[in-house]
Design a protein around this ligand. Structure first.
Ligand code: PLP
Length: 455
């Protein structure tokens, strides 16, 4: 099929995710031919740098050879069988690996997307409390500006009006609490010391809920969809302490932050804490397959373990729960993160994360030096973000101008898939993107920003 035929059929039949389809009249979708490493190749013969790891998941880029090989090996055996009452080498192996990511979180429950993994954690927490006699613990509390997925319950746990407004009448009410952010990311002095006054303000918001909470749910240290907002490891440590003291669960939504994206296996590692539940997806398979999981402790698991007719079982299931191709991809990814990347000079992406993070930051600083249009440059691991402002007045743009969206269009024309969140620009490339490509990304970003803000 040629590009025209593809786009005609696309326009006739496809309803794309997270988009006002009318926008497609003036900005046609990229017609993808293939993708490899840090690049998407179009049918026009163009090479586009995937600066956002395609919805934040391609941690090792597109079609990493080790991931492909492991998935092919599994494909030769079986691609999927019902995961209720079956066991297999691939699922046992991946479960052992995932069950060892965080000490004490050794029970792994699978699903096929991030939203469901978070919803499972919330359901598990509620059911746990009901089954151990804490029937008053029926509420959740979450952070302002959070995002946890697209099911009604996870939309309610999140705080992004853009995604929730039409459904707000039927969403359960989940209170939100406010914190202060680290505008420079890990380089912000608040990152290691949140400060007692700021903590007191948080405490005042938590205390009224202490006895009714089942769990507090949060994206540890970086709130992605809410605007790549970063906060203090010290705050997370203090929260963990309060949560434990008060018999509440902590659900760490590590869908974005986990498995290396923030430079650690879990963002929680920066605070030296272990949550009660952690949710992983995206980077876990390098975006290879719909695959997610929720991990928890044996103590939680035991509250569900009883004779069938006690009704204590966790009766959740999804068709693709425990998808073996995802499991194979996850094993390949975890091997690379633990032992180095044989296909890329044995590079160790976790060990080198802080250095690589500073490189991303310096490139973003260069973008600012050439455009004068950024504030709040912040970085953590393989993620660097900044907010767009007018180069002269330094004021934020009127959202109605859709400045970030215009930059997105310019950048795609110039050869980079940058997809700002509103007016927050960010680099979230695959961990193995080479320096030359990152420098090219920086130059394209400069040009795209200048073409829009200096118009
Ligand atoms: C922190 C966080 N939680 C949950 C999700 C939802 O994951 P999925 O899109 O796989 O349902 C996302 C997706 O971006 C996310 O960033």
């Amino acid at each position: 099929m040629d590009k025209k035929e593809i786009l005609n059929l696309d326009a006739k039949y496809v309803w794309h995710p997270c988009a006002q389809m009318k926008d497609y009249e003036t900005f046609e979708p990229l017609a993808v031919s293939h993708a490899k490493g840090s690049f998407i190749y179009t049918l026009d013969g163009n090479e586009v740098i995937d600066a956002i790891s395609s919805w934040w998941c391609k941690s090792l880029g597109h079609g990493h050879d080790a991931v492909v090989a492991k998935a092919k090996e599994q494909l030769e055996r079986f691609e999927h069988v019902i995961f209720a009452n079956t066991a297999s080498e691939i699922m046992s192996q991946v479960s052992e690996r995932i069950g060892n990511i965080a000490p004490g979180l050794d029970k792994v429950f699978y699903a096929d997307n991030g939203s469901t993994a978070v919803e499972i954690a919330m359901k598990l927490s509620l059911q746990y409390h009901a089954q151990v006699g804490n029937s008053e613990r029926k509420k959740f509390l979450s952070l302002k500006n959070g995002y946890h997925g697209e099911t009604i319950l996870t939309l309610a746990a999140g705080d992004c009006e853009l995604y929730t407004k039409p459904y707000s009448d039927i969403m359960p009410k989940i209170d939100k609490f406010e914190i202060e952010y680290c505008n420079a990311g890990v380089n912000d002095e608040k990152f290691q010391n949140y400060g007692d006054d700021a903590w007191d303000k948080v405490l005042k918001q938590l205390e009224p809920h202490a006895k009714s909470l089942s769990a507090i749910i949060l994206e540890p240290l970086c709130q992605g969809a809410g605007g790549m907002l970063m906060y203090s490891a010290d705050l997370l440590r203090r929260l963990r302490f309060w949560i434990k003291e008060n018999g509440v669960h902590l659900i760490a939504d590590e869908i974005l932050t986990g498995v290396g994206r923030t430079g650690r296996m879990m963002a929680c590692n920066y605070a030296d804490i272990v949550p009660d539940f952690a949710c992983f997806s995206k980077s876990l398979t390098s975006g290879f397959a719909p695959f997610s999981c929720t991990v928890c402790s044996t103590e939680v698991y035991n509250a569900f373990y009883d004779d069938y007719f006690t009704g204590k079982a966790f009766m959740h299931s999804n068709t693709y729960t425990g998808y073996p191709l995802g499991a194979a991809a996850a094993i390949a990814v975890l091997d690379i993160l633990e032992n180095g990347d044989k296909f890329n000079n044995n590079k160790n992406y976790l060990r080198d994360a802080d250095l690589n993070s500073e490189l991303l930051r310096s490139l973003m600083e260069n973008v600012n030096a050439e455009t004068n249009a950024l504030i709040n440059i912040r970085n953590m691991g393989y993620l660097c973000a900044a907010d767009l402002v007018h180069p002269v007045t330094k004021e934020k743009f009127d959202p109605k101008q859709r400045t970030g969206y215009q930059i997105y269009q310019e950048a795609v024309k110039l050869g980079a898939l940058l997809r700002p969140l509103g007016d927050t620009l960010y680099f979230m490339p695959p961990f193995n993107t080479d320096v030359q490509t990152l420098e090219k990304l920086m130059k394209i970003t400069v040009q795209a920003v200048n073409n829009v803000v200096k118009k």
